[in-house]
Design a protein around this ligand. Structure first.
Ligand SMILES: [Zn+2]
Length: 372
């Protein structure tokens, strides 16, 4: 008997949203306060360099896309005019700090506007089925930005803004799920849709990083949106062995919610080498996360899935994490980077995570028939 060993790769088209400005502009101001200095153009430069080295852009399934050029009024969908005008005015003056966690340079306003355009391009290319999935390699990140103010390295809320663009400009009113995997709780993003029953927000974050005293498991949304904000906080030093436990809750809820589009708020700061995050994940977690989510997306929403970059500050880690996501979307075999032969299993936080999972399940059983 002859057994043909067909390759398991996919014909899916994956859009990558790119712009040279993301890898050259908005350099943290001198004297480079430590925390702020991590959100730098080198992040995107390192990713693109690594993807080029691995010949990702030679693959005909990869489609390079540009951020959608947007008018300033689009930013007002998600932000007050006062906030937008403040960023614009501060940018025109050049380098400075806005509180302890945000810097503004002469490039900030234009680059943050372009980042919104990148997120819009990521969601529209998928819902219009120009590509099957997409990844927006944009910065500055967005999920801490609030309607009225910048916060935590974020200027404008790229994901909230892209969803409001779909709602207001394209009359796209279908259900959307946001899966936020950044190490930090998306305290800005969650507030936009807290009482909106058409948006599911599911966040996995380190529980020392609950922001502004929010991000706990009993915050479940409000009004018609009750049960549709879900927080799965995980302990510091969680490992690859522990990480994907949240799928026992996420998968049934996604299948019950039946979104038309899944957006990943794609922060990679749970990577073991990240200078800000405190978890011990390696690329296998991001590969498997993507593999599982893609399978669910293909089952419920024709695979409409997009990754929009949030945090992730290791110049060694961010490129390999994003490469793993792309490999997984293309259904290529997982390849572990050579420097990642590390064993963190002695740090397993399985017991704590299982406790969190069962407590959260009890809370969610009131809202979801698929959760027992
Ligand atoms: Zn983060």
């Amino acid at each position: 008997m002859i057994i043909f060993n067909f390759a398991m790769t996919s014909n899916n088209k994956v859009g990558i949203i790119l712009d040279d400005d993301f890898s050259s502009k908005n350099v943290p101001p001198y004297p480079y306060p430590m925390f702020l200095s991590y959100e730098t153009p080198l992040r995107i430069k390192a990713v693109i360099g690594y993807l080029e080295k691995n010949r990702i852009f030679d693959d005909e399934r990869i489609i390079k896309l540009k951020p959608l050029p947007i008018e300033e009024e689009i930013i007002y969908l998600a932000h007050t005019k006062y906030h937008v005008d403040s960023i614009k005015a501060l940018s025109s003056r050049g380098n400075g700090l806005l509180g302890e966690e945000v810097y503004v340079t002469e490039d900030t306003f234009e680059l943050a506007k372009k980042a919104i355009g990148g997120a819009v391009s990521a969601v529209t290319s998928v819902i219009n089925q120009k590509v099957n999935q997409s990844i927006a390699l944009i910065r500055p990140p967005g999920h801490h930005a609030l309607r009225e103010t910048a916060s935590g390295l974020c200027i404008f809320n790229n994901i909230a803004n892209s969803i409001l663009y779909l709602r207001e400009k394209l009359q796209y009113n279908k259900k959307i799920a946001i899966i936020d995997i950044d190490a930090h709780f998306g305290d800005g993003l969650v507030q936009y849709f807290y009482d909106d029953p058409t948006i599911l927000y599911f966040s996995i974050h380190e529980f020392d990083f609950v922001e502004g005293e929010i991000g706990f498991i009993d915050e479940l949304g409000a009004g018609d949106g009750l049960g549709k904000s879900i927080n799965f906080p995980i302990p510091l030093n969680s490992t690859d062995d522990d990480y994907l436990e949240f799928f026992d809750i996420l998968e049934p809820i996604l299948r019950e919610f039946m979104p038309d589009l899944i957006i990943v708020a794609a922060g990679f700061d749970m990577y073991f080498a990240d200078p800000i995050g405190n978890c011990l994940l390696t690329t296998i977690s991001y590969y498997k996360f993507t593999e599982k989510l893609l399978k669910i997306a293909e089952g419920i929403c024709e695979g409409k899935l997009t990754f929009i970059l949030e945090g992730g500050y290791s110049l060694l880690g961010l490129p390999v994490c994003i490469h793993s996501v792309i490999q997984s979307l293309l259904k290529e075999k997982y390849k572990r980077p050579s420097f990642e032969y590390l064993d963190f299993s002695h740090n397993s936080k399985k017991n704590e995570i299982l406790k969190i999972k069962s407590t959260l399940k009890n809370l969610l059983a009131n809202f979801w028939t698929s959760i027992q």
